[in-house]
Ligand binder design. Structure first.
Ligand SMILES: Cc1cc2nc3c(=O)[nH]c(=O)nc-3n(C[C@H](O)[C@H](O)[C@H](O)COP(=O)(O)OP(=O)(O)OC[C@H]3O[C@@H](n4cnc5c(N)ncnc54)[C@H](O)[C@@H]3O)c2cc1C
Length: 568
């Protein structure tokens, strides 16, 4: 069974739960974007994903990419699907009209990428970095570079890469050694990059590499990195000396070539200011992190769809209270696994779509204070989405595999591919450990938790303390605020502590936000009157997911107690 977009669910969250059309229409560029237009775009996107991309899922995994003397060939059908994708205008959905884009809101792009990732993670890696590259070049590129490359990237006619990692420089990009020396109107870039997604392929006629490298007089460490644009083919049509040395054999994601790239005095041009490369690259990395969070949601949806359909067909034993053999879907153990994933997917959508709306508010809102609060949301929620939902895609995907019993472990049903493919999302775009440190050490502790507290305060305003589920959310928010304050105080005495508990802190924030997201779903779709599509996941959230919040609290308090008994 191929993935099928479930547009009713998505539509419900966008309109009834988040009131997205009204929020977007308040922003000048989207005054004309109403609910009908949004629905139309989603329906067309859903058709494209289901008919062109989902059917290539299995062949991408089984045939994989081929490497032959520097030439990389994508699995059969991938190039045609990519050509149809960019010619259909899909990559440019949320790019500005002056750059050849369609000028639509980021949330429509978010929905598209969630569906694409669910349908075919390997194929989706190819366009996955395009929007980040577009934003990076738009904000930091010179007029000349933009004239040459921005339109091609916006439309997706040429694909882009993000060349950061080197054999000795993974999470710590300060160790990057690739060099760039000035020559003529540009630079000569030399060095080796590894793990470069889409470093070489036959999907497009040119590939635009964005490369972190070091100028001759650059200081050591991350503050000595500059960003360069180096295309596979130069403007005069000649081949730039950028060589794919090999592609990796991987656990999953076989449809995406993960390349070792050698830059042999390749011609490149500076993007942004010298030694401010990480700053420029962060624009791209942030967009990419948000996309990886959406990958998590999409992959979990794909796994859930397969497991849920299987559970409605397979009969084993008698479920408690039933007579005769039962569908396995009737067994509480299976219901619990399925409903738990559903709760993560639905709540994740609320947070991810809201993040996409906040991205547009941060850019276009007339009020500076509102733009600031939107930026705060994106900065704090993006690492949470990336980390918690990619974790759930793999671990929850594995639970979905469990629903199939032994049939999940064999290839026939395709669930094992999803689990293998999903694993990498916990690693790339900054490992989940790095996301947790980013949240706690870089974003929460420096201001004593003030920004996080302000974000939670905003969410608190719509909550009713008289309703038990909402009162519980308020309690969790209060506990998160207290923890942030306590950790900030403890940090002054014992800086190491935050690194021990960063993951627990991120999980606590994720669970607090997930609980809040579900109050929004429940407000728009009552779950406790007649049973609806939302009732079982709402119960799973309360019974099987949210108790983890107290466990995380306990772990952090235990560590605080060890460091300084008075702090806990
Ligand atoms: C399929 C695939 C595609 C990729 N695509 C790209 C791409 O397109 N472009 C690109 O540039 N890179 C890409 N990467 C590389 C990816 O971003 C890195 O693998 C990742 O950043 C981690 O670096 P590393 O593998 O060197 O691990 P390391 O940095 O060596 O980390 C090893 C372990 O140590 C932990 N760790 C490291 N430092 C810290 C710290 N300070 N605190 C706590 N824990 C820490 C990590 O979390 C991890 O668990 C890709 C990787 C894969 C597998």
């Amino acid at each position: 069974m191929d993935f099928q977009p479930r547009l009713d669910d998505i539509q419900h969250i966008l309109t009834a739960v988040l009131d997205t059309p009204a929020q977007l229409q308040a922003l000048p560029p989207f005054a004309e974007v109403d609910a009908d237009l949004m629905q139309q775009v989603q329906e067309e996107a859903g058709k494209f994903v289901a008919s062109e991309i989902a059917p290539l899922q299995r062949i991408g995994d089984e045939t994989g990419c081929r490497f032959d003397a520097g030439v990389v060939t994508a699995p059969p059908g991938f190039r045609q699907a990519y050509q149809a994708f960019w010619q259909g205008g899909w990559p440019s959905l949320a790019c500005a009209t002056e750059d050849g884009g369609q000028g639509l809101p980021a949330v429509l792009e978010a929905v598209l990428y969630e569906m694409l990732s669910a349908a075919n993670h390997g194929w989706t890696m190819a366009p996955g970095l395009l929007h980040g590259a577009y934003e990076c070049l738009k904000h930091h590129g010179s007029e000349e570079l933009k004239a040459r490359y921005l339109g091609k990237i916006a439309t997706g006619e040429w694909l882009a890469t993000m060349c950061l990692t080197e054999p000795h420089a993974g999470s710590d990009l300060g160790l990057v050694r690739t060099k760039a020396t000035p020559q003529g109107d540009g630079y000569r870039v030399s060095g080796t990059k590894i793990f470069i997604s889409g470093g070489e392929h036959d999907l497009t006629d040119n590939i635009v590499h964005l490369v972190l490298a070091r100028l001759p007089d650059a200081p050591a460490g991350p503050k000595g990195l500059s960003l360069f644009l180096a295309p596979k083919f130069l403007p005069d049509g000649s081949r730039n000396p950028i060589v794919c040395e090999r592609i990796e054999e991987k656990m999953g994601l076989h449809g995406s070539p993960t390349c070792v790239m050698r830059f042999d005095d390749a011609t490149g041009w500076l993007v942004g200011e010298p030694n401010r490369g990480l700053n420029a690259m962060f624009v791209m990395m942030n967009a990419a992190r948000m996309h990886v969070g959406l990958q998590g949601i999409g992959l979990l949806e794909a796994a859930w769809q397969k497991a849920s359909a299987y559970a409605q067909e397979r009969r084993q034993m008698r479920a408690p209270g039933a007579s005769g053999t039962s569908l396995i879907a009737e067994h509480p153990a299976i219901q619990r696994m399925l409903d738990t994933q559903r709760a993560w997917i639905d709540g994740g959508r609320v947070l991810a779509y809201r993040t996409a709306v906040e991205l547009d508010i941060a850019k276009h809102h007339a009020d500076a204070t509102r733009r600031e609060s939107a930026q705060r949301w994106c900065s704090l929620v993006t690492p949470v989405l990336k980390s918690a939902w990619t974790h759930q895609a793999f671990h929850g995907g594995s639970e979905c595999l469990q629903v199939f019993g032994g049939h999940g472990y064999v290839r026939e049903w395709g669930i094992e591919q999803i689990v293998r493919d999903a694993r990498v999302a916990m690693i790339y775009e900054g490992t989940n450990e790095i996301q947790a440190i980013d949240l706690l050490v870089r974003k929460v502790l420096p201001d004593g938790g003030a920004a996080l507290s302000a974000l939670l305060q905003e969410l608190t305003e719509a909550l009713d303390a008289q309703q038990p589920a909402q009162a519980a959310v308020l309690q969790r928010f209060g506990a998160v605020r207290d923890l942030a304050a306590q950790l900030s105080r403890a940090n002054a005495q014992q800086a190491e502590l935050a690194y021990w508990v960063a993951d627990d802190f991120l999980r606590a924030v994720a669970l607090a936000l997930l609980g809040w997201a579900w109050t929004r779903i429940e407000a728009a779709s009552p779950v406790d009157t007649a049973a609806t599509r939302w009732t079982a996941p709402a119960r799973a959230l309360k019974d099987w997911i949210l108790p983890e919040f107290d466990m995380r609290l306990q772990i952090i308090r235990g560590q605080l107690e060890r460091v300084h008994p008075a702090q806990a």
